[in-house]
Design a protein around this ligand. Sequence first.
Ligand SMILES: [Cu+2]
Length: 357
Amino acid sequence: MMGITLMTLFEGAYAADKGKGIGSWLPSAGTEHANAVDWVFFFINAVSIFFFLLIVLGSAYFVVKYRQKDPGDLPEPSPSHNTKLEIIWTIIPIIIVVVMFIVGFANYMNAVVAPENAYLVKVMGRKWSWTFEYPNGYIDKDLHVPVNEDVKLLISSEDVLHSVYIPNFRIKRDAIPGRYTVLTFKANHLSPEEGYHLFCTEYCGTEHSLMHSKAFVHERADFDAWLVKASDYVNNLGPLRAGEKLYLERGCKSCHSLDGSSGTGPSFTDLYGNSHPLADGTNVTPDENHIRESILYPKAKIYSGFQPVMPTYKGSLKDPEIDAMITFIKAQSNVSRAEAEQVQAEFEANKPQEEEE
Ligand SMILES: [Cu+2]
């Protein structure tokens, strides 16, 4: 019994030390903190298994040992209590529980109190995507961080409760609308090529299970290069591709389809250049100005038959991004597809070649 317990404990601690979960059934540890959390996990597990076996096997043993062997056996009076024994079985569990609390609490504080000068990434959750804002204002759908540096995630939500969870870092914290929460970590080696998983771990509606991003850990120099390149994506991808990226990554997709079907909002198919009624009874023929206004002030003109639920992108989409978005929407309409594709084609033709890697 002791043997099994100790094996669990040591194998766990050993595996955690090697940066692997026990028998690899925990995600690989990407931070020192993860090793510390695993240690507590295995410690609590080992203690639980030990006492489970002690109590269950002990009970079974006494049931058999003191069974009624023949019908004449009658219960003998037993001592009502034993002060010494009771003190022992109170004190020992208290000590064990206090140890669990202290180690657990220290680890918790490590994950939620960021050191000064930590690299700040703002995390925003919404139904049903995450975005990560870097200090230069660039917003990406994934988390990218430099290795061996403290990182502070400042987390919030635009709508309902979500929760950031990065299993490899053993950190997790709620994203609460109208409030900030903090997570901090220091990745101690590079992430695998495909990145680590970053989940939403608070049920938040029908597409909760698709609310999934990646976390990448880079060398500092690679990280800087990534940020410079990524921030300039409109110039790297061209207006049409950049617009598509925005459509996919910034939430438009969850309300606006590309196949003509109405969702929470009208489809982008044949939106541009085709007249449609507004809620106030007038008609509008969407052009560049109408689309721009709709993105910045969605409530200014309401498409008839739809609820005014579109969030404003004022402040979060910059002018070049709005231009790209407009090009993308134009490419979805027969009226303007050729024009949008022309713009992209010219971009491709004039793109400097040194971008190739
Ligand atoms: Cu969520």
